[in-house]
Ligand binder design. Structure first.
Ligand code: ADP
Ligand code: MG
Length: 582
């Protein structure tokens, strides 16, 4: 090994820069953060060739005074913090004074800045950390910084940059996410001369959401943390005291909208965009039983709390934070989301038609059709005013089609109900309620049944004996791979006990191995699935009425326990539109 040497300042600077600047999007992030800290109304980002050739950020913020401009590029020079205690109170996005120095070490930077009180702007050019020009220039108030030829002097980094489109995608994410955190700031992104993104700066998070997700998707988002959620005053009071000084608000997707990845779970802590696996988990768990397996919600969640309760200085690019009480934050996020998801999860509606707030006013028969219809036509349905169904309307069963779907009529139109999914939901809630009271109802078998399992099935039974007993089975080993079944869950109804048991175990063997704590849940769902009416089963009018009546009183009637919709709604408005009546 060679002797130990102190690195030359030039090499040391480039290595240090690597911590902060990994790719063009990290430059954009730092520059946008600086602009936001400068109290801007507008931020314009321009890039060429995925930011490799050029990144330029223009803002209308407070600017930097002439004599301070060179300082801004000195390492560990910042206007945002002066003592170590200040770290406890950081409300700015920057605080280390590293970004500009780092960026300037690995590119060619031009910085032009004018505070309001100066007549002229200052212009400073730095190449690879060396000042090459410094003087006055004409410019509007605010700051313009351009970063050219990123990593031109760090070939190792340059080599690792991805295709332009990939880098542009990362830049887009940075700009779009900050637009969500700062709805009051007007953002635009232009890549290679084309406008790639724009937000309107109205101050409304929903508007920012529309600019990022598009109107169609934004309309499928539910507001989180709006205390108007049907809680009593006492409950609200209780929640507020739980929240201490923090608050959780934003938007989260309706269960009908989901994605194959979790990268649309976006979190801001005191308006800082952060990644946090545990918070993602909190959101995902809040959708438990509402989403199909391996599907994830979309959420934009703000967590505002006292800066002393969070350490922002734990990560090189400040992309992670450490909460003083991370379990409390986890619970608050999960509760806030769970609440909107359970109380406002809407029915899947034909052609994405907005929901109607039907209430329980329907008087039966078709008598009120025309007056209801009149209301429908007048409804202009602007998305801000929309109220989502919290209850199902009282429904009248019309009939069954395909031995699979029940057709019903409610005050607000037609419903197609999937008989199997609906029954699964009803049974699942029944079983959950019984489990909660530790009073699961069993059917004692007159004659114990002996079942013979495969080695794989026996292993599952062996491992999950407790969970199986908890849902209402009574099983005991009977030598080898055979077991004796003495009782089965009541919700399995008329099923042949041995066969039902084997089916449930087989389903568990097939299914992905769940996490230990989810096993009980999974068994409960599997039992309900087995117990539920199947597709292909003809139902009498009486049976259909009974099922619909039970569904009406379910707490989450709109999805089956696996998260698929139980029903499709065709509103009167939609019918009128389809028939050209409006
Ligand atoms: P930090 O943001 O951690 O303070 P930076 O290296 O990013 O460190 O910036 C150094 C200083 O330059 C900031 O503290 C700020 O005073 C000033 N500055 C940088 N960008 C801007 C801007 N767009 N508008 C006003 N001041 C800026
Ligand atoms: Mg900064």
């Amino acid at each position: 090994m060679a002797n130990i040497r102190v690195l030359s300042p030039d090499v040391a600077a480039k290595i240090a820069a690597g911590e902060v600047v990994e790719r063009p999007a990290s430059v954009v992030k730092e520059l946008v953060e600086n602009a936001l800290d400068a109290g801007v109304k507008t931020i314009r980002v321009e890039t060429q060739q995925g930011g490799k050739r050029l990144i330029r950020v223009l803002d209308d913020g407070c600017g930097v005074a002439t004599d301070e401009v060179p300082l801004a590029f000195a390492r560990h020079a910042t206007s945002k913090l002066s003592s170590i205690e200040d770290l406890n109170q950081v409300m700015t996005l920057g605080f280390r004074g590293e970004a500009l120095a780092s960026i300037a070490a690995v590119s060619k930077v031009t910085f032009v800045s004018r505070p309001l009180h100066q007549d002229a702007a200052t212009r400073l050019c730095i190449e690879g950390g060396q000042e090459v020009a410094y003087g006055l220039a004409g410019a509007p108030t605010g700051t313009m910084i351009s970063v050219e030829n990123l990593f031109y002097n760090v070939p190792a980094r340059l080599k690792f940059l991805k295709a332009e489109a990939t880098e542009t995608g990362h830049i887009y994410r940075v700009v779009a996410h900050y637009a969500l955190a700062y709805p009051q700031v007007r953002f635009s992104l232009h890549s290679d001369g084309r406008q790639a993104f724009q937000s309107n700066g109205s101050g409304q998070l929903f508007d920012a959401l529309v600019s990022v997700l598009g109107l169609e998707m934004a309309r499928q988002m539910l507001e989180v943390g709006n205390s108007n959620s049907g809680l009593s005053d006492d409950e609200i009071e209780n929640q507020l005291s739980n929240l201490k000084n923090s608050s959780v608000y934003g938007y989260t997707s309706m269960p009908a909208m989901h994605r194959g990845t979790r990268d649309q779970l976006i979190f801001f802590v005191n308006k800082r965009w952060i990644q946090d696996r545990s918070l993602s988990q909190a959101v995902i768990q809040a959708y438990h039983t509402f989403l199909p397996v391996e599907r994830y919600p979309v959420a934009v969640i703000n967590i505002d709390l006292d800066p002393s309760e969070v350490d922002v200085n734990v990560h090189p690019t400040k992309a992670e934070v450490k909460f003083q009480d991370s379990r409390l934050i986890f619970r608050q996020v999960q509760q806030a989301i769970r609440e909107v998801v359970t109380t406002t999860a809407p029915i899947a509606t034909y052609q994405g038609q907005p929901m109607n707030n039907a209430g329980r006013s329907w008087g039966g028969g078709g008598a009120s059709f025309s007056s209801q219809f009149g209301q429908e036509v007048q409804r202009t349905a602007p998305y801000e005013e929309e109220t989502l169904l919290t209850d199902l309307p009282i429904m009248r069963v019309i009939g069954q089609i395909q031995q699979m779907y029940i057709i019903t009529e409610g005050a607000d139109g037609l419903y197609l109900i999937d008989q199997h999914a609906a029954h699964e939901r009803v049974l699942y809630e029944k079983l959950t309620a019984q489990k909660a009271k530790a009073a699961v109802i069993r059917q004692q078998l007159l004659e114990p049944t002996v079942v013979e399992l495969t080695p794989g099935q026996a292993a599952i039974v062996e491992a999950e004996l407790d969970a199986l007993n908890e849902v209402g089975f009574e099983i005991e080993p009977f030598g080898g791979f055979t077991y004796r079944l003495r009782a089965m869950p009541d919700i399995l109804g008329q099923a042949e006990p041995g066969q039902a048991f084997i089916d449930i175990i087989a389903e568990m063997v097939d299914g992905a191995v769940p996490l230990a704590k989810e096993v009980h849940e999974k068994i409960a769902m599997t039992v309900c699935k087995r117990g539920a009416i199947k597709g292909g089963q003809i139902l009498s009018l009486e049976e259909m009425r009974e099922l619909v009546r039970q569904l009406e009183t379910a707490t989450a009637p709109r999805t089956c326990p696996h998260g698929r919709p139980t029903m499709i709604h065709l509103s009167l408005g939609e019918l009128a539109r389809q028939f050209g009546r409006m």
